[in-house]
Ligand binder design. Structure first.
Ligand SMILES: *Cc1c(COP(=O)(O)O)cnc(C)c1O
Length: 370
C-alpha cells in the first residue's frame, strides 16, 4: 500500500485534520427527538428574512458563475465600514482566508505565533504552510480574562523568524476579550514586517465598553489584517461567507491564491442582504446578550465556573465530571463541544441559544448532574 502521508509536503505530514466535534448528521439520524445543537456557535435565531428572499431571487441565476470579484458585496462592506473596497478580500468563510494567510506569508523556517487556547485553525494554518508554531502562554485561570490572550506573552514570543501572529478578539473557545487600548500598544510594538491577523468573528456580539475593533488601526498599520464572518451574528454559517480587511497591496498578494469563484452566488446575495438589515442584526445581538447573561447566571447558580464571554458561547468548567456529563447530555440529544483538543478536557463550550433552547439545556443538565 502507498503511504500517502509520506508523499505529502512536510507540513501536511505532521498535520491532523480539524476536529469539527460530533458527527451531527449521524446523531440526527438516530435521535428520537430533535437534537439541541449548541456545539458550533451558530445563531439559531436565524438570518434576516431579507437574506432568505435574496437567496430565492438568486436561484434563477444558478447556472451562471458568481461574480468572481464579489463587487457588490465588497462595495456594501466598504460602505458599512467606511473603507475602500480594494482593502477587502472575500472568502469561502473566514476559515479559508485564515488558512491562506499562513500559506502566502510563511513557510519552512518561519514562525507563526499564536496564543495557548487560541482558535484551532491558526495552528492548522501554520502547520499546513510548513511553518513552525510558537504558542504564547495564555492568561491564568484566575485572571479577569481567564485563559485569554496575554498580549505581553504574545509580544515576547515574536522573534526574528516570526512572519505572522494570529489572535482573536473575542477569542474562541474562551469567549474572552482584550481592551482596544492594550491592542493598540501591542501593535505599535510589533515589527512592521510581521503580519498581525486579528480574527473578529464575534465582534458584533460585543458590548464591553473597553473593547474596540482593530479596523480603525488599519490606516496606521499596513501589517494589520482583520477578518470578519457572516457565519455568527449574521447567521449564515451554511453559506460560507467571510472576509478580510487589510492594506490593498496585501490584499492584492492574497488575490494570487484566491480561487476565482470562492464565494458562491447565493452566499454573495444573502450576505449583502443580511448586511443591509441592521435592525435584524441589532435584535439578534440584543437577544444573545440577554440570553448569554441569563445562561451564565443559571450555570453559576448550579456551582459551575463560567468564563466571562463577549461572544455567543460560554466556556464552562465541569472538572472531573466533564466526560460523563458530556456523554449523558449526548444521550439526551443535547450536543455541546468537548474541549479536549484545546487542552481543556475539563471544560465544555456551550453556544448561547434561544430562551427555549437554553431552558432545555438546563433541564437536561439538572437531570444529568442530579
Ligand atoms: C466561527 C469562527 C470563525 C468563522 O469561520 P467561518 O469560516 O467564517 O465560518 C472564524 N474564527 C473564529 C475564532 C470562529 O470561532
Amino acid at each position: 500500500m502507498i503511504d500517502f502521508g509520506a508523499l505529502a509536503q512536510s507540513g501536511i505530514r505532521a498535520l491532523r485534520a480539524y476536529d469539527p466535534g460530533h458527527d451531527l448528521v449521524a446523531l440526527r439520524c438516530h435521535a428520537d427527538r430533535a437534537l439541541l445543537e449548541l456545539g458550533s456557535n451558530e445563531n439559531s435565531r436565524g438570518a434576516s428574512p431579507r437574506a432568505r428572499q435574496a437567496i430565492v431571487d438568486a436561484l434563477g441565476s444558478m447556472h451562471v458563475y458568481p461574480d468572481p470579484l464579489g463587487g457588490e458585496l465588497k462595495r456594501a462592506l466598504a460602505g458599512a465600514h467606511g473603507i475602500d473596497a480594494s482593502s477587502i478580500l472575500l472568502g469561502n468563510g473566514s476559515h479559508e482566508l485564515l488558512m491562506q494567510f499562513a500559506q502566502v506569508f510563511s513557510g519552512a523556517g518561519d514562525e507563526v505565533v499564536v496564543s495557548q487556547y487560541g482558535f484551532a485553525v491558526y495552528a492548522l494554518a501554520a502547520q499546513a504552510a510548513g511553518a513552525t508554531l510558537r504558542r504564547a502562554p495564555a492568561l491564568p485561570r484566575d485572571h479577569a480574562a481567564p485563559r485569554g490572550h496575554d498580549l505581553d506573552a504574545l509580544r515576547a514570543a515574536i522573534g526574528p523568524r516570526t512572519r505572522l501572529v494570529y489572535l482573536a478578539n473575542p477569542n474562541n473557545p474562551t469567549g474572552t476579550w482584550y481592551a482596544g487600548a492594550a491592542f493598540t500598544a501591542f501593535l505599535a510594538s510589533v515589527p512592521e514586517h510581521v503580519l498581525v491577523v486579528v480574527d473578529e468573528a464575534y465582534a458584533e456580539f460585543v458590548d464591553a465598553p473597553e473593547y474596540a475593533s482593530a479596523l480603525p488601526l488599519l490606516a496606521r498599520h499596513p501589517n494589520l489584517v482583520v477578518t470578519r464572518t457572516f457565519s455568527k451574528a449574521y447567521a449564515l454559517a451554511g453559506l460560507r461567507v467571510g472576509y478580510a480587511v487589510a492594506h490593498p497591496q496585501l490584499i492584492a498578494v492574497m488575490e494570487r491564491v484566491r480561487e476565482s469563484f470562492n464565494v458562491n452566488a447565493l452566499g454573495l446575495a444573502a450576505a449583502q442582504a443580511a448586511l443591509a438589515d441592521s435592525d435584524h442584526l441589532r435584535a439578534s445581538v440584543a437577544a444573545n446578550r440577554e440570553q448569554r447573561g441569563a445562561l451564565a447566571s443559571a450555570l453559576r447558580q448550579r456551582g459551575l465556573a463560567v468564563s466571562p464571554s463577549q461572544a455567543n458561547f460560554l466556556l464552562v468548567d465541569f472538572g472531573d465530571d466533564t466526560a460523563r456529563v458530556e456523554a449523558a447530555l449526548v444521550a439526551q440529544g443535547v450536543i455541546l463541544r468537548p474541549m479536549g483538543g484545546y487542552g481543556l478536557g475539563d471544560c465544555l463550550r456551550i453556544t448561547v441559544g434561544t430562551g427555549a433552547e437554553n431552558a432545555r439545556l438546563l433541564a437536561a443538565l439538572d437531570e444529568v448532574m442530579a
